[in-house]
Design a protein around this ligand. Structure first.
Ligand code: NAD
Length: 497
């Protein structure tokens, strides 16, 4: 049994608690990947001391040099892609083609942000006064606390850490307790790339202890959090009081509209991937399907035929379509929603955990579809985060758009139509941060902004180049007056008015 450690000040160290927790394979709960440190606020304190100490040297390192180290991490991830993808499938269950995609997203993110080291653009504008110049630069904030979920255990830590580091911050990463191994492997890549001690730190442990200690630590000046809306609200309140910069990427209740003129076969492929890819455990998962009434019957018939063919099993088996849920608690939570759903809609398929034969040791759940779900139903409104799809029926585009927007969340949406006017009208009316036309609600690319409206976040975005640097930098505005005299803005150039 391997016992893993935290990474503080460039060294792998045990937690001051001396305690550990096991990390289990969700496809086979008897398979323990290793023991990880159950850290507490003393470990967070040590990481903050290291990150603060490293900050001055790191912020003075030219940004292009910082970017070059990120490129190196990308090269290491490329070299170790297959090994990390397999470790990820073992640790969190999603199928190999998806975990290869997760690692690839980390590599792509290195390409974007490594290059950003040579841009990190500010702007200049002419001064209103003669012989005076003004411009802006982006300055780092300080120590950044990065708190991540388990569903994209490599990609999300890279989305946060790469821009934070290129901007000149030092970081402390707190991964989800279900996926500590992937973050361990990422930090190995940072170490191999040659990051100075203290610039990158890793602390394992529970959210309520380690995550909360990061949020409450006065020397951690920026928190970047991805996770549930409930925890995000709590973090926002605490960090807001301390006037910290906080970026929140939270839950979703995403929907796909299929119009009467849609390519049904394309839409069918889309909904299968959107609803059951990653076992429905994506913040952008398609959890509502809004069907135009004239295609409903035909589409539902074809959909159920296809769902029946999905193979549920270990993600390490290349023939598997749908892997396990992340842990037993999630099986119970999804099952609870399914119990609620049977009173709210018509259960067409699935509806139960899979606990026998090849599934007996894991956290498997049958792909589930509910039809005739009213918009007021809890399964149409609340995030389930599992392989459960709710079908709603509408009579026209306006009703479809109203129905799609009628949710507390605002992450991702999709419409299948061949009518260009319908497509552009939907793009205009949809309230989500991400809109897809003729593609499912999942499939973000790392060089575009990622995030949502309403209860999905607090207005920040990850990804892209400009938006994520709003999270990790301060604007510094510089004025240089080379006139040799005192010039008063707003006053001297209005003397004759
Ligand atoms: P979660 O909120 O339970 O945990 C997320 C992280 O926060 C974990 O590292 C956890 O340990 C930590 N945490 C928990 N309680 C904390 C506290 N009180 N203080 C500080 N940190 C704490 O979420 P999860 O179950 O890991 O992930 C699933 C959720 O994440 C879903 O709601 C999903 O929609 C959301 N998500 C959103 C995005 C996005 O970009 N919008 C992406 C992926 C996942």
């Amino acid at each position: 049994m391997t016992t893993f450690r935290n990474y503080i000040a460039g060294k792998w160290v045990a937690s001051k608690t001396g305690k550990t927790f096991p990390n289990r394979n969700p496809a086979d709960q008897s398979d323990v990947i290793g023991e990880f440190p159950a850290s507490d606020p003393r470990d967070v304190d040590a990481a903050v001391v290291a990150a603060k100490k490293a900050f001055d040297g790191w912020r003075r390192t030219p940004a292009p040099k910082r970017g070059e180290l990120i490129f190196k991490v990308g090269e290491i991830l490329s070299r170790r892609k297959e090994e990390i993808a397999r470790a990820m499938t073992r640790e969190m269950g999603k199928v190999l083609k998806e975990t290869r995609g997760d690692v690839q997203e980390g590599i792509d993110t290195a390409v974007v942000h490594g290059g950003e080291g040579r841009r990190l653009h500010g702007f200049s504008a002419p001064s209103e006064l003669p012989n005076k110049a003004g411009w802006t630069v982006r300055a780092p904030i300080g120590v950044a606390g990065l708190i991540t979920p388990w569903n994209f255990p490599l990609a999300i830590p890279t989305w946060k850490s790469f821009p934070a580091l290129v901007a000149g911050n030092t970081v402390i990463l707190k991964p989800a307790s279900d996926t500590p191994h992937c973050s361990h492997l990422l930090v190995e890549a940072f170490e191999e790339a040659g990051f100075p001690a203290g610039v990158v730190n890793l602390i394992h442990g529970s959210g309520s202890t380690v995550g909360n200690a990061l949020v409450e630590h006065p020397e951690v000046r920026v928190i970047s959090f991805t996770g549930s809306t409930a925890v995000g609200r709590d973090i926002s309140a605490k960090a807001g009081k301390a006037l910290k910069r906080v970026s929140l990427e939270l839950g979703g209740k995403n929907a796909m509209i299929v119009m009467d003129d849609a390519d049904l076969e394309l839409a069918l492929e889309g909904v299968l991937w959107g609803a059951f890819g990653t076992t429905g455990q994506r913040c952008t998962a398609t959890s509502r399907l809004i069907l135009h009434q004239s295609v409903r019957e035909e589409f539902v018939r074809r959909l159920i035929g296809r769902v029946a063919t999905l193979k549920v099993g270990s993600g390490l088996d290349e023939t598997t379509d749908v892997g396990p849920l992340i842990n037993k608690a999630r099986v119970e939570a999804v099952d609870e929603y399914v119990r609620i759903g049977t009173k709210e809609g018509e259960l067409l398929c699935g509806g139960a955990p899979l606990r026998s034969g090849a599934h007996r040791k894991g956290c498997f759940y049958a792909p589930t579809v509910f039809d005739r779900v009213p918009p007021s139903a809890r399964i149409a409104r609340e995030e389930i985060f599992g392989p459960v799809l709710s079908i709603l029926t509408v009579k026209d585009l306006d009703e479809a758009l109203r129905c799609l927007n009628d949710t507390a969340y605002g992450l991702s949406s999709s419409i299948y139509t061949r009518d260009i006017n319908n497509a552009f009208y939907a793009i205009q009316e949809l309230e989500t941060g991400i809109v897809y036309v003729n593609a499912p609600t999942i499939g973000a690319e790392c060089h575009y902004p990622f995030g949502g409206t309403k209860d999905t976040g607090n207005g920040h975005r990850e990804g892209g180049t400009h938006p994520v640097y709003e999270v990790f930098t301060e604007w510094k505005t510089i004025y240089v007056d080379y006139s040799g005299r005192l010039q008063k803005a707003q006053i001297d150039n209005r003397k004759n008015e």
